[in-house]
Design a protein around this ligand. Structure first.
Ligand code: GLU
Length: 458
């Protein structure tokens, strides 16, 4: 059902939403990734503000774009040569309307206030879409794990937690992994937290190892969830993964399990990448080999071609989008698909794009997809499976029990289907039928806004 709103109300809502966006730019100059994430959401919310004056009256929008707290700290550590190194640590506690702050930690040289804020802002709405009781937050450091020894990783990570522990807890803020932070780093962080607190609080971090409170299927959840979500989009057009050619960027946790599930559903995955370049294997990517390289040996993806005759390696990342495919799953990093790459994908006949990474398509690229009638699964919906299973990990920790892989995977599947359906419904109700970007933004926003509304001006 679409409620009619007058043109005048619509224009007024547009002016209002735009004025909030201008204030965000003025207050956070030079933070272009944060601006981009805010713009994407705010543009979708015009029909909401045209219809619900009460949100404006209680300043929901002005409050939601301002983090509840931003913590920046020094992370000193000593490298293997005995030299003192200093990095910068961040934790943005963005919104706690729905539950404890929840969101990953990223270790990458590009991490700065803008990156952490864009990720934290996205996380609010993504977490809301999962239907789980989790607020939004994000953290990280400009530390570059590439080429570091295991000892260096441990010393850095322990120093990072020695400061971070003051601000987190199972009922206040629950970090997890993101780029550069996997099972190994979570293990070191958990060990240091436990040592400082003298208390085994399993629910303080998610993505833990299975031996000390981790959840089965958490590692697979973001990638599997992304494929489940794209599966729903395809189903609506009477299609499926069977027999489709798929390109997946990245070769981390999200990419590996997206490839694994796509292949299980009968697709042929022909390419993946890392920050150095991409591999193309016309015989279908050997996912087990990528796992071995990335999860066990911590090697570059270029090694793959030495072990797989017939495959090729190309330096640089954007070229991966020139490989013809039916389904593209960007699972590497922000802004990895620009308008040109999007146009190439459309020209090559791509049917569906599912965003496994956070904000992998630029605003211009998204426009190209929508105009090209490509099925587009936006990040905060398509990649919500990881954090959804993190919330299930918190639930299991609270109850001190563990569910089977099948049980968690089945719950994940239901959550992804619900996200798809609630996004489709919100899009339809607000005058943008079929537009999952607008629908996901509105459905996530409404859940947070309703909770903020009843909690007073805080
Ligand atoms: N970093 C992941 C994300 O972007 C997972 C966060 C979590 O599990 O808390 O959603």
């Amino acid at each position: 059902m679409t409620l009619a709103v007058t043109d005048q109300t619509q224009q007024e809502a547009d002016r209002y939403v735009h004025s909030v966006y201008e204030a965000v730019i003025a207050r956070n100059p030079h933070e272009k990734e944060f601006h981009q994430a805010v713009k994407e959401i705010l543009d979708s919310l015009v029909p909401v503000f045209a219809r619900h004056p009460r949100f404006r009256e209680s300043g929901i929008l002005e409050r939601i774009v301002e983090p509840e707290r931003v913590i920046t700290f020094r992370v000193p550590w000593v490298d293997d040569q005995g030299t003192v190194q200093v990095n910068r640590g961040f934790r943005v506690q963005f919104n706690s309307a729905l539950g404890p702050y929840k969101g990953g930690i990223r270790f990458h040289p590009s991490v700065n206030a803008s990156i952490v804020k864009f990720l934290g802002f996205e996380q609010i709405f993504k977490n809301a879409l999962t239907g789980q009781p989790i607020g939004g937050g994000k953290g990280g450091s400009d530390f570059d794990p590439k080429g570091k020894s295991d000892q260096e990783i441990m010393r850095f990570t322990q120093s990072f937690m020695t400061e971070l522990f003051k601000y987190i807890g199972p009922d206040s803020d629950v970090p997890a992994g993101d780029i550069g932070v996997g099972a190994r780093e979570i293990g070191y962080m958990f060990g240091q937290y436990k040592r400082i607190r003298s208390s085994h609080e399993a629910g303080v971090l998610t993505g833990k190892g299975l031996g000390y409170g981790g959840s089965l299927a958490r590692k697979e959840a973001t990638g599997y969830g992304c494929v489940y979500f794209v599966g729903e989009m395809l189903k609506a057009r009477g299609l499926g993964f069977e027999g489709k050619t798929v390109v997946v960027s990245g070769s981390g946790n999200v990419s590996i399990y997206a490839m694994e599930k796509a292949r299980e559903l009968g697709a042929k995955v022909v390419a993946c990448s890392d920050s150095g370049g991409y591999i193309y294997d016309p015989n279908g990517i050997d996912v087990e080999a990528v796992k071995q390289l990335k999860e066990v040996e911590y090697k570059r993806i270029s090694e793959y071609v030495k072990r797989h005759p017939g495959s090729t390696y190309t330096e640089g990342c954007t070229g991966i989008w020139s490989i013809p495919c039916d389904i593209a799953l960007p699972c590497a990093t922000q802004n990895e698909i620009d308008a040109d790459a999007a146009r190439t994908l459309v020209a090559n006949g791509v049917i569906a794009v599912g965003e496994g990474a956070n904000m992998p398509s630029t605003l211009e690229a998204i426009e190209v997809f929508l105009e090209g009638d490509v099925l587009f699964g936006p990040a905060k919906a398509a990649n919500a499976g990881g954090v959804a299973v993190s919330a299930l990990e918190m639930a299991q920790n609270g109850m001190r029990l563990s569910w089977s892989f099948e049980e968690v995977d089945a719950k994940l599947h239901v959550i992804m289907r619900n996200i798809y359906e609630s996004s489709m419904r919100a899009a339809e109700e607000h005058g943008h039928p079929g537009n999952l970007l607008v629908g996901a933004n509105i459905a996530g926003f409404l859940r947070v806004a309703d909770a903020m509304l009843v909690q007073g001006i805080v």
